[in-house]
Design a protein around this ligand. Structure first.
Ligand SMILES: Nc1ncnc2c1ncn2[C@@H]1O[C@H](COP(=O)(O)OP(=O)(O)O)[C@@H](O)[C@H]1O
Ligand SMILES: [Mg+2]
Length: 353
């Protein structure tokens, strides 16, 4: 029996999505192999004893305060989850699955904590998590490898978009928090008069804001999975359908999770060469970012070929999320996918071990 801490919730705006992802994972994990220790993190950052069903009836679930626990940081107490009040060890786990999206989860911070504690964990390491979370650095690393990325301008602090940049980027533009996710804080701007409000909204999530020219093309997502022997497999690409059929007019938060208008065609209906190219680019991106375990690499497929949009180092695992779906389409079921992720984490081991 492998004892696994499934960690969910967290301090980012994607708190609820993390709870839904973790709920799906815990429901799919093979209980004859895994003893699950659920660990919730509240929006304030408190670690609490979690639940095997963190969603219940909620549409957007929340981790609420409960029995406070902490992970032992010292590798001499590797994997121990300790009741903060009594000091009692409630469980000793073999591996952690940080099912956390966004800052303080997908950005290298919790990965750093897990590294320090010597506990093996599912997913990618500190550097790749940090670079994957930050759209500025993701693209800088991709450009260094001559991989195609979207055109952008970065606003830091109170910067304003210079007039010559408006002319260069052209309308429409997408305004995004640099370290966001689930489309939270993103606007499509079709009139420069709307730019100020869009920047203010993005700054609610991050003081660094990215302004990008619109890319016209299909939205295509490719999963990458690492096997315990280090072999990397790219999934069939999924082409999203209906991303513009909502009030938002793009793949925004409501469109993604609430409106129920988006579906996917898997594999995407491209010729063999385009499919091969997308898979190869997904793997090149994974390597360029130093990823391990898994990632979902998102593209726009334009008339001139694929352009990288972003990398998700802990992609959604909700019942409607693409990462499990693309592998299912390739014959790797949800439970087998989880087994592979966990076996790869265990094969890599705790760095301090
Ligand atoms: N440059 C762009 N051109 C066209 N659509 C875009 C662009 N950037 C973002 N979008 C739209 O916004 C959505 C969310 O943007 P994305 O960069 O993927 O952020 P997140 O990390 O929040 O998912 C995309 O799926 C797409 O629909
Ligand atoms: Mg995205």
């Amino acid at each position: 029996m492998i004892r696994i801490a499934v960690i969910y919730g967290g301090q980012s705006t994607e708190h609820s999505i993390s709870c839904i992802s973790a709920g799906a994972i815990m429901a799919e994990l093979d209980r004859s192999k895994y003893d699950i220790v659920p660990v919730g993190i509240t929006r304030e950052g408190a670690w609490v004893e979690g639940s095997l069903d963190p969603v219940g009836e909620a549409r957007l679930p929340e981790v609420t305060m409960g029995r406070e626990i902490q992970l032992a940081v010292s590798p001499t107490r590797r994997g121990q989850l300790i009741d903060v009040t009594s000091g009692e060890t409630i469980a000793t786990v073999d591996v952690a699955f940080p099912v956390l999206h966004g800052p303080y989860g997908e950005d290298g911070t919790i990965q750093g904590l897990l590294e320090m504690s010597g506990l093996p964990y599912v997913g990618t390491g500190v550097l790749s998590s940090a670079c994957g979370m930050d759209k500025e650095f993701t693209k800088k690393l991709m450009m260094a490898e001559s991989l195609p990325v979207t055109d952008e301008y970065i606003l830091r602090g109170d910067d304003v978009l210079p007039e010559d940049q408006k002319a260069r980027l052209g309308l429409p533009v997408f305004v995004k928090p640099a370290r966001g996710g689930s489309s939270i804080g993103i606007s499509k701007v079709t009139d420069w008069d709307e730019l100020g409000a869009a920047i203010r909204l993005a700054r609610e999530s991050d003081d660094k804001v990215i302004i990008e020219s619109e890319i016209v093309g299909d939205e295509v997502e490719v999963g990458v999975l690492e096997y315990p022997d280090g072999r990397l497999v790219a999934s069939s690409p999924a082409k999203l359908l209906g991303t513009e059929d909502s009030d938002e007019g793009f793949y925004g938060f409501e469109t993604k999770y609430l409106d129920n208008v988006v579906s996917a065609e898997i594999p995407a209906p491209y010729d063999e060469e385009t499919i091969r190219q997308l898979k190869a680019l997904a793997i090149e991106t994974f390597r360029a970012l130093n990823c391990t375990g898994l990632s979902r690499v998102d593209f726009f497929v334009t008339e001139k070929g694929p352009v990288l949009n972003e990398v998700n180092t802990m992609p959604g695992f909700t019942p409607i999320s693409m990462y499990p779906q693309v592998f299912a389409a390739d014959g790797v079921g949800y439970a087998e996918l989880l087994d592979t992720l966990i076996q790869t984490a265990l094969a890599r081991g705790g760095r301090m071990a």
